[in-house]
Design a protein around this ligand. Structure first.
Ligand code: NCD
Length: 317
């Protein structure tokens, strides 16, 4: 990975992903302590520039930065001078002038974190750019799969739903296939990207036929805020064909797990009771997200910090 930024999974080597997952193990261990905090990033400052809504990603980065003892500058686009017409470039220059070491960026347009990375001297982390990438989501998904199923090599993973508008799907396809999994995308043709033929995946439209063959079923939300036209006859019809209903769960193998990046629309892509089954690992994904983001922040900002001091008996690098 480029030493300074985390902009996408596509540009990571397998070794980078594996290093970050190993580092995550150490931070999961920190999270279990009575005092789940290490001094690794003392004196460093992290801030966020979120131009789109978020619950999990935003809070999880904040929790991660605090557990590493970094200082955090809270910036909220809706209450900032962005509302007074300030440009992205001026906003970034203003934040940078205050002295920040890392900016976590979410934006509705693909490529914005890359643009910000060209303007600043600190680190930039992509927390979701348009339909493009959401690398920390993919890392926490890989970590969660590894935790439940032992590894990704040789697994069969179905990603189901609104693939076209999903940065999570793009980052996950890269990450899952780099780690040796086979991926099948299951969606109506209107929700698949035109470029899908170039992706390292299979495509299927018959969820009932795919479910008995998978180790992981990964559901996506219908991202209606990104749809420029009506791509589905109705949500009810979508649920009938592609929703993970109770009946469909019974088609899964015993050990297969159900994942979702959140926010879930219960009753649409996932039945309300299915979301709460033991094989649904949605809350584990959220929990692991904190440790994964600690690993990413530490990896980008922690050079010089001696983690082995904070994690006795362990050489985390
Ligand atoms: C996703 C996102 O914003 O890309 N959520 C998340 O970060 N966990 C997925 C979504 O909005 O559906």
């Amino acid at each position: 990975m480029s030493a300074r930024h985390l902009l996408g999974i596509a540009e990571l080597e397998v070794a980078d992903i594996e290093r970050l997952l190993r580092l995550t193990d150490s931070f999961v261990e920190v999270g279990r302590r009575r005092m789940p905090k290490v001094p690794a990033l003392q004196g460093r400052t992290v801030t966020w520039l979120f131009y789109e809504s978020s619950t999990r990603t935003r809070l999880s980065f904040e929790q991660a930065a605090k557990r590493l003892s970094a200082d955090t500058l809270n910036f909220s686009v809706p209450t900032s001078s962005v509302n007074k017409g300030e440009s992205l470039r001026d906003t970034v220059a203003t934040i940078e002038a205050m002295g920040v070491d890392a900016i976590v960026v979410r934006h509705a347009s693909s490529g914005v974190p890359h643009q910000v990375a060209r303007w600043v001297s600190g680190s930039v982390i992509n927390a979701g750019d348009g339909w493009h990438e959401h690398p920390t989501q993919a890392l926490l998904d890989c970590y969660t799969i590894r935790d439940h199923l032992g590894g990704l090599d040789g697994l069969h993973i179905a990603i189901v739903g609104d693939i076209n508008h999903s940065r999570v799907a793009r980052s996950d396809v890269w990450a899952f296939t780099k780690l040796g999994a086979e991926v099948t995308l299951v969606a109506p043709p209107t929700l698949l990207p035109p470029s899908v033929e170039g992706w390292p995946v299979r495509v299927d439209h018959d969820l009932d036929a795919v479910l008995p063959t998978v180790d992981v079923v990964y559901l996506l939300r219908m991202q209606r805020e990104r749809m420029l036209e009506a791509l589905l006859p109705s949500l009810r019809e979508y649920t009938a064909c592609y929703g993970l209903t109770r009946r469909r769960v019974d088609l899964l193998r015993d050990k297969a797990i159900v994942m979702h990046p959140g926010p879930m629309n219960r009753g649409v892509e996932i039945a309300a009771d299915v979301a709460d089954l033991p094989r649904s690992v949605v809350i584990d994904q959220v929990r692991n997200g904190v440790a994964v983001r600690m690993a990413v922040l530490y990896d980008l900002l922690g050079s010089g910090a001696d983690l082995s001091r904070d994690l006795p008996g362990r050489d985390a690098r």
